[in-house]
Ligand binder design. Structure first.
Ligand code: 4AD
Ligand code: MG
Length: 477
């Protein structure tokens, strides 16, 4: 008999056939006349119900089938007696693969997300986290499908680099040197020539610089890999290790870049709605329950599914940074001094400003462009009015989800800007050379994968959309 997953049995099982199911016990009820076991194997949010006649089994066995235990069951697929599901399994043979001792922390009740973060080794077994992880998988697949269908090539950019793409200095050092006995130069500084790579290296903050090299050869590329930032911001939207998707396209101007970003996001949301229906229905209900517990004025105007459907059926609002500043200055929270951070041309927007624009002013995703040169990265194409051809995509509930730009393709301008912001020319000589050898207009952006998963699942803390989050003082699992 072939073992099939519970998803397949629930969807396509034929009544009267023999089946084998294996999985982890979610709940067990019953007693004398009949036992009921709800079993889940991770293939779907839905459990399969097992019914067992106590007369056929040892009483001791029943005691061993507790929440969290792993069991093997063979039996016959029968029509379900209760509501809920169409089929259930009448057990003929039950075997316990692994008992769950009485201190199994995931009991069949609602646990707080904070509690579950401490149990990250087990939380994928809960309905909420398994739903999130299945959606995370589907979105990853959809990302590759989207770009493959469009003729982009998946480029593997390095994880260990000697450069700092964003120039923010938020890097994790990579070294094999003995920390207690560092080789020194005569002036007392550390001699990195002695290190593994013969130079200073770190974990990458972005695959963009190498991505651009790929685009200058293959035309259309994307990267999809882990990136690392040691920014010490302990917020609900930042991780020290997160995944980023970075398309880079030769001959794209900023407008093409915006079109691609909008199409990409809408495609991914639509893909999830079409392929993750059960999981999203579950999360939609969960989201609604959470909202009900909030104060009226803090409740979101739309439910999760409503919000996702809204995003795929409305064009994103496009405006410049300068226009955004004007809107913010006229806004109620600004007039009433409710913003914590200043609103002033030249100063970077904070999450509170971004969320005001998206959630209060436009009530839909917004693409902001042409930011002041001083607050953006060195590689962005310069306009002649003190701004650069940058774009940030902002979405409800999250704020910034995408950051990108048209790239500076002029060798002198790029070199001078790198110099101005103090970027070590030697570490990016190869990047600068692309502007000497057949330079071309080109553009790209980076989508923060976990912020996307937050948006699609409605989860409000980024630690809950990645299996094993890395945040300041936290790398346990
Ligand atoms: O805006 P960022 O810093 O842009 C870049 O890294 C560019 N090199 C991308 C490019 O043009 N190819 O980061 C891009 C996105 C952000 O919009 C955000 O969604 C996400 O990456 N992000 C983070 N996500 C989680 N934790 C963090 N610490 C993040 N920092 C950025
Ligand atoms: Mg950014």
């Amino acid at each position: 008999m072939k073992t099939v997953c519970i998803k397949e049995i629930l969807e396509k099982g034929t009544i009267g056939t023999s089946v084998i199911v294996r999985g982890w016990v979610r709940t067990k009820r019953g007693g004398k006349p009949v036992w009921f076991i709800d079993l889940n194997d991770g293939s779907t949010i839905n459990n399969i119900q097992i019914v067992a006649d106590p007369l056929r089994f040892d009483a001791e066995l029943f005691g061993n089938i507790t929440t969290g235990a792993c069991v093997f069951i063979s039996g016959e697929l029968i029509a379900s007696q209760g509501g809920g599901q169409s089929v259930e399994v009448e057990a003929q043979k039950i075997e316990v693969y692994g008992l769950a001792s009485s201190d199994y922390p995931l009991q069949p009740k609602r646990h707080s997300l904070e509690f579950l973060r401490e149990k990250a080794h087990l939380r994928p077994r809960t309905a909420t986290f398994s739903a999130i992880l299945r959606i995370r998988h589907s979105l990853s697949f959809a990302i590759h499908k989207f770009y493959n269908d469009k003729g982009f090539f998946y480029l593997h950019t390095p994880i260990i680099t000697g450069s700092d793409c964003e120039g923010a200095g938020e890097m994790f050092r990579v070294t094999t040197m003995d920390m207690n006995n560092l080789p020194k130069n005569e002036d007392g500084s550390i001699n990195y020539k002695e290190d593994f790579f013969g130079k200073e290296t770190n974990l990458t903050v972005s695959g963009q610089l190498e991505g651009e090299l790929g685009a200058m050869a293959l035309g259309k590329i994307y990267t999809f890999g882990p990136t690392f930032r040691s920014e010490n911001s302990n917020t609900a939207r930042h991780l020290a290790e997160f995944w980023m998707i970075e398309p880079e396209v030769a001959f794209f101007e900023l407008e093409d870049n915006m079109d691609l970003a909008e199409e990409f996001l809408q495609y991914l949301v639509k893909y999830a709605l079409e392929h993750c229906k059960d999981d999203l229905d579950f999360l939609d209900k969960r989201n609604a329950d959470e909202e009900k517990m909030k104060k009226k004025e803090d409740q979101a105007e739309m439910g999760l599914l409503e919000r996702l459907n809204f995003v795929i059926s409305n064009r994103f609002e496009r405006l410049t940074y300068t226009e955004a500043i004007e809107i913010l200055k006229k806004s109620k929270p600004f007039q009433k001094k409710q913003f914590k951070f200043p609103v002033e041309w030249g100063v970077d927007l904070q999450s509170e400003h971004e969320r005001y624009l998206v959630e209060k002013e436009f009530k839909k995703p917004v693409i902001l462009t042409n930011y002041p040169t001083a607050i953006k990265s060195f590689y962005m194409k310069q306009n002649d009015d003190g701004t650069v051809r940058a774009m940030d995509v902002l979405i409800p509930g999250i704020g910034e989800i995408i950051g990108g730009s048209q790239r500076e393709d002029n060798y002198e301008k790029l070199k001078n800007r790198a110099l101005e912001v103090g970027i070590d020319q030697e570490s990016i000589w190869w990047y600068l050379e692309t502007r000497k050898f057949g330079t071309a207009p080109h553009s790209g952006f980076g989508l923060g994968f976990e912020r996307l998963v937050m948006f699609v699942t409605g989860m409000s803390n980024i630690r809950d959309v990645i299996p094993f989050p890395r945040t300041p003082k936290n790398a346990e699992f």
